[in-house]
Design a protein around this ligand. Structure first.
Ligand code: F58
Length: 829
């Protein structure tokens, strides 16, 4: 086809199109009804809320697709350096509200729907969560995708399309039970299946050395091949036409038939076996932070990495024929070590398939990869048994040995015969189980190693990766985490959003969150204070309704809503919170009538999932329920204290809980939380923090001032990792509350025994005893301030005003400049 013919065809097609989709209420209504009839296949005269939601989503998706096409067209034309963001987890939550807000057409849809007799909010509630991740790390990826799109960066996200997301938590008699989250049951309107975009991924088999014209090369003959099919998820930016792509891979049986079994007549078995390929992308592993060398997990990692790398190299080769240009056009970001096989895969493709020599391939890889770690302790680092790797990915294991050999030789030249240091820095760990240290591999092959907060960076330099830092200080950086204000204020707290815009006189803060600092000058203004409190009360009403429907507990709006929601983990110390609640209960019980009048009523809210195999975490959940049962049924205490455990905490529950909280707790043992991002969401929403100086809380304190939060403990512990020192000075109060649990005051005496044992002086690894007094003091201080409405509101406004630094927009700008070397590529409107 000649250029002229192509142009004529394009003009004809454009003539047939009606330009871009229109966003006036009439057009939107017509679109929604068309989707009811033709996509959902229900009659326009008879459809329910869920069907209306489906049609609405499809109509929004059409508008997303327009921008997404234009953005990719534009990227293609400009051919900028692109970022490829690889993560095994993305915790996207719901998409509808985020999409209509980022597209700038929320009000138009609300209007269109109301004319059809539907309420936008009711339909939005129909959407389920996309929970393709565990916790902080996965939600961070989602926030970063929003910022990357908003800031017009040329980016692709890559991940796995799990059929089962994070398990649903069901509470029966106070115990956690897990149920599968088959989130695709009702369809997923946001994804676009791309059956034509698929790649074969190889596993097992053997490697042979061959030679041609005296040149040796390796050939990997796989034992199994699985097909990876792309599902694309457009991610719209806010206030821009750009919409980027999140490509998730699903496993399908390969098209290559096992002719042998067909011929022997075992047709049924052959089909059934082929179908097993799909199990690779079936289910997300729930985080227990211990790496057990599971084969399926390794398969998942390689499956998504191999498909992504093939896709990325194909795209590069569409336009370029010289791999020297690769690092100027491609930046890889690996989110923790889970996608670190990508490094080895790129090397393998360059050497075995593109026939580059080792030196060239190595140089390209080292210029392309940037790595972020989200862990603070060595036990959290991923290790893969050599036997497992060698059987599943024989060629990759060889390459890892090659990398290690060269690295070790080089290192010996630099540091001499310091064998214990050489051993520590080796990629291969010679233990009872010989393993590959994925973090060492990632550090050695990346140009940048990133921490997620300043304190985390210090820990990386001084303990976790000290040997590497001493060798390559220039590689190490940190970018303090951030969250997106679009999701965490604009979508989830519309009341606060309008209030902020009204007082700042602009909506510009939605793209430039530093402008929130402008609220400082109004923090003591009684008019703003009054409106601020009103907004909070409305959010508390919403939350109180939710608490009543999900737990049956009625709570008073006058009480302080004190919240701790996050994954249940010993180091996050939900147990410290519960012991504090027991202390409070005990105090109230021992008070006389007149003292009780002075008690600040509290609703203590806890929520979060425990990994299914994490027994201690599950006991903590049960203890929370046991205490709640006792307290909530004690009429003598009434509204002075209520305890609720919100079941199945997830992104959409967070959107409801965070805006409705007065106080939020982030009380990890100092030295254990790499960053923490929940605190940032609460901060933006004007909830006061009660927190330890751990992770990014240290930086939050610098931004808002320690006088505007309640600090637990005073300073960073000198040796946060050592658990062998006896906790200093355990208070009498601590001994009393622990013995109440031990003696069966809340029932289940035997069951809680081991929890109590773990709090004994010499076993109290997470220092609950040592921090208890300071924790109670911080709580008492919160009570004292809460009764002073003006002071509390002022601190609340200053929290929001000081949250500017904690936007993922800032984090992404830092990565773009200092790690990835990418520039914005804005699609013209
Ligand atoms: C979290 N890690 C950190 N890991 O704990 C938290 O401090 C930090 O704010 C956050 O990352 C973002 O940087 C985390 O969430 C996981 O969920 C892993 C998932 C895969 C299995 C091992 C845990």
């Amino acid at each position: 086809e000649s250029l002229g013919e192509r142009r004529a065809k394009a003009e004809k097609m454009f003539g047939l199109m009606d330009g871009f989709l229109k966003n006036d209420p009439m057009s939107l209504q017509k679109d929604i009804l068309d989707h009811v009839e033709y996509t959902v296949a229900r009659s326009r005269f008879n459809f329910d809320d869920f069907e209306a939601f489906q049609a609405l989503s499809h109509s929004v998706r059409d508008r997303l697709i327009e921008r997404w096409h234009d953005t990719h067209q534009h990227f293609k034309k400009q051919d900028p350096k692109r970022l490829y963001f690889l993560s095994l987890e993305f915790l996207m939550g719901r998409s509808l509200s985020n999409s209509v807000i980022n597209l700038g057409i929320r009000d138009e849809y609300a209007e269109a729907l109301s004319q059809l007799g539907f309420e936008y909010e009711v339909l939005a509630e129909q959407e389920g969560d996309a929970a393709l991740g565990n916790g902080g790390l996965a939600r961070l990826s989602a926030c970063q995708m929003d910022s990357l799109a908003t800031l017009d960066y040329p980016v692709w996200g890559y991940g796995l399309r799990y059929q089962y997301g994070l398990f649903r938590q069901v509470i029966v008699d106070g115990y956690q039970h897990e149920q599968p989250d088959y989130w695709l049951n009702f369809g997923n309107p946001w994804e676009i299946e791309r059956i034509q975009v698929s790649y074969s991924v190889k596993f097992y088999g053997m490697v042979e050395e061959k030679a041609s014209n005296g040149v040796k090369y390796k050939v990997w003959t796989p034992g199994e091949t699985v097909e990876a099919v792309a599902y694309d998820n457009p991610i719209p930016g806010y206030g821009t036409r750009n919409a980027i792509n999140l490509r998730l891979w699903a496993a399908k049986p390969s098209g290559q038939y096992d002719l042998e079994s067909y011929n022997t007549g075992d047709y049924i078995n052959a089909i059934v076996n082929r179908q097993k390929a799909e199990t690779i992308s079936y289910v997300l592993y729930p985080d227990d932070r211990s790496y057990q060398g599971k084969e399926l997990r390794l398969k998942q990692q390689y499956f998504f990495v191999s498909a992504s790398v093939q896709d990325i190299i194909r795209r590069f080769k569409d336009v370029h024929d010289n791999f020297d240009e690769f690092p100027d056009k491609v930046a890889f970001q690996i989110n923790d070590t889970h996608p670190s096989l990508a490094i080895v895969e790129v090397l393998r493709v360059l050497i075995d398939e593109e026939c580059l020599d080792w030196g060239k391939a190595w140089e390209i890889v080292c210029r392309a990869f940037s790595f972020t770690t989200h862990t603070v302790n060595t036990e959290g680092l991923e290790k893969i048994p050599v036997d497992l790797l060698g059987s599943l990915l024989p060629r990759h294991l060889q390459i890892m040995y090659d990398i290690n050999h060269r690295f070790m030789e080089d290192l010996k030249r630099k540091i001499g015969q310091d064998y214990s240091r050489l051993e520590r820095m080796s990629i291969v760990e010679e233990g009872i189980v010989k393993s590959i240290r994925m973090a060492n591999l990632s550090i050695i092959c990346s140009h940048t190693v990133n921490g997620v907060s300043r304190v985390h960076f210090e820990l990386l330099k001084t303990r976790l990766f000290k040997d590497f830092y001493d060798l390559w200080p220039q590689k190490f950086q940190y970018k303090t985490n951030g969250v997106t204000q679009r999701r965490w204020i604009v979508v989830s707290n519309p009341g606060l959003c309008s209030l902020i815009s009204k007082w700042l006189g602009t909506e510009a803060w939605i793209r430039n969150v530093d402008l929130l600092a402008g609220l400082r000058e109004h923090a003591s203004n009684p008019v703003l204070q009054q409106e601020w409190r009103m907004t909070k009360t409305i959010n508390k009403m919403r939350l109180a309704d939710y608490i009543e429907t999900s737990t049956g507990v009625k709570v008073s709006l006058d009480a302080m809503f004190d919240v701790q929601v996050k994954r249940i983990h010993e180091y996050k110390r939900q147990l410290l919170n519960i012991l504090g609640i027991i202390y409070r209960y005990d105090c109230i019980k021992n008070m006389n009538k007149s003292d009780r009048k002075k008690v600040v009523p509290r609703v203590c809210i806890i929520g979060g999932k425990a990994a299914p195999g994490y027994e201690v975490a599950k006991k903590i959940i049960k203890l929370c329920h046991a205490v709640a049962d006792k307290v909530n049924n004690d009429d003598d205490v009434g509204d002075l204290l209520k305890v609720v455990f919100i079941p199945d905490y997830n992104v959409s529950v967070a959107e409801l809980v965070i805006p409705g909280s007065d106080l939020s707790q982030h009380i990890s043992t100092v030295g254990h939380e790499a960053s923490g991002t929940g605190s940032m969401k609460f901060l933006m929403n004007g909830c006061l923090l009660l927190a330890t100086a751990d992770g990014s809380t240290v930086e939050i304190i610098e931004e808002i001032g320690v006088e505007n939060m309640f600090l637990v403990g005073t300073k960073l512990h000198e040796d946060p990792q050592s658990g062998d020192k006896p906790a200093p000075g355990v208070s009498i109060q601590f001994i009393r509350v622990v013995s109440m649990v031990r003696n069966g005051y809340f029932g289940f005496k035997e069951y809680f025994n081991s929890l109590c044992d773990s709090l004994e002086d010499d076993k109290d690894f997470y220092k609950l005893g040592a921090d208890f007094s300071s924790y109670l003091e911080a709580q008492a201080m919160a009570d004292r301030v809460f009764v002073n409405k003006e002071k509390w509101t002022c601190m609340s406004i200053l929290s929001t005003a000081g949250s500017g630094k904690f936007s993922s927009d800032r984090t992404i700008e830092e990565y773009a400049k200092h790690a990835w070397g990418i520039e914005p590529c804005k699609c013209p409107f």
